[in-house]
Design a protein around this ligand. Structure first.
Ligand code: UT7
Length: 325
């Protein structure tokens, strides 16, 4: 049976130049390089320059993805930006990226699912493509998470970094089985009852401020390791694959111990796990496409391979996606 699949045809990424080491953070809060490495696996993270907005990061990643796909901005008909750190309350960062790319009129909007935003955005783009509403979509995860940090809170300010990753997505014909190229299965979840575990304490309709990120680290950690496996297994079941058979596991990069714990519970071999958290820290919606772009650029991930993406974040939201590159 012929089916329309949504394929990733190009991947791009961008990291701001400035590197913030653990030693630098230890000058601001009571922490140490040894503690951060041991508890999180993080050695450094990137930080946006003064005057550099989330849309600027997104634009760089978008241009990389368009080049990799052999497409131009003029060919795009859909832009989705997954971000929890938009340039402005409105317009959407996607609309700003459209202007900066110089695209013609198209569909553009942001998705807010925090660290799960990229996986959520892939599923939305897949809906547009599958219904014939998009022939060339750009999905971006872009974040300036350092802007949300309380630099008096050592439990959170060491964990996050800035960056962006992007993919171009296009329709391809498939046979309706697991050999198809493109997105093969999703599972998305949200449990709003757990919002107090991870949130930002500001917003336009409440405080009128941007606010700072607040997190009950241990509880979020437990949720991440325990509950994500159900979502991942659901996505794999829909895709028709067994989790240990994927070629690469690309988890949201929050904490090395979470990555390893989730991979272990899922039965994914350690050498199949793509890991960037040591250098990028947690870049929220940007972490998966950043990791994907790095592993494609260095030749680990090859066309035709089966990828398993998984994320968990504020909401609490979580989700997973299986795709063949
Ligand atoms: O995108 C998804 C969202 N985020 C995550 O997935 C993160 C989930 N959580 C975590 O990664 C971990 O819980 C943390 C890295 C945040 C904390 O690690 P932990 O092993 O759970 O530490 P803890 O919260 O149990 O704290 C242990 C101790 C505490 O001291 P006392 O009360 O035992 O004296 C903390 O005050 O470590 C202390 N602590 C620190 N010490 C040095 C907390 N942060 C730091 C720090 N440096 N940066």
């Amino acid at each position: 049976m012929n089916v329309l699949r949504t394929a990733v045809t190009g991947v791009g990424a961008y990291l701001p130049e400035r590197i913030v080491t653990n030693a630098e953070l230890a000058q601001r809060v009571d922490t140490s390089d040894a503690w951060i490495r041991e508890r999180t696996g993080i050695a450094e993270r990137r930080q946006v320059a003064d005057g550099q907005a989330t849309s600027d990061l997104a634009l760089e990643a978008a241009n990389g993805a368009l080049t990799a796909a052999g497409r131009t901005a003029a060919e795009l008909d859909l832009i989705i930006v997954a971000t929890t750190t938009p340039d402005l309350t409105f317009p959407s960062t996607a609309a700003i990226v459209q202007r900066k790319l110089g695209c013609p009129i198209l569909v553009a909007f942001d998705i807010q699912a925090v660290c799960s935003g990229f996986v959520y955005a892939l599923s939305v783009a897949d809906g547009f493509v599958a219904r014939g509403l998009s022939k060339c979509a750009l999905v971006i995860g872009a974040e300036s998470m350092t802007k949300l940090m309380d630099y008096d809170d050592r439990g959170t300010c060491i964990l996050f970094g800035d960056g962006a990753g992007a993919v171009v997505m296009e329709p391809v014909e498939g046979r309706g089985d697991v050999t198809d190229r493109g997105l093969l299965g999703f599972a998305l979840r949200c449990d709003g009852a757990k919002q107090d575990l991870l949130y930002v304490d500001g917003g336009p309709s409440t405080t009128g401020t941007v606010g700072h990120l607040r997190m009950a680290g241990q509880q979020v950690f437990r949720h991440a390791v325990v509950n994500i496996t159900e979502g991942v297994e659901a996505a794999a079941r829909i895709a028709g694959v067994a989790v240990p058979d994927v070629d690469w596991f690309i988890p949201h990069q929050a904490n090395m111990r979470i990555l390893q714990g989730v991979a272990h519970r899922l039965g994914v071999a350690e050498d199949k796990v793509i890991c960037t958290v040591d250098r990028h820290a947690n870049t929220s919606a940007a972490s998966i496409p950043l990791a994907m772009a790095e592993a494609i650029a260095d030749g680990r991930i090859k066309p035709g391979q089966l990828l398993l993406l998984e994320a968990m974040g504020g909401g609490l939201t979580w989700g997973a996606c299986v795709l063949r590159l």
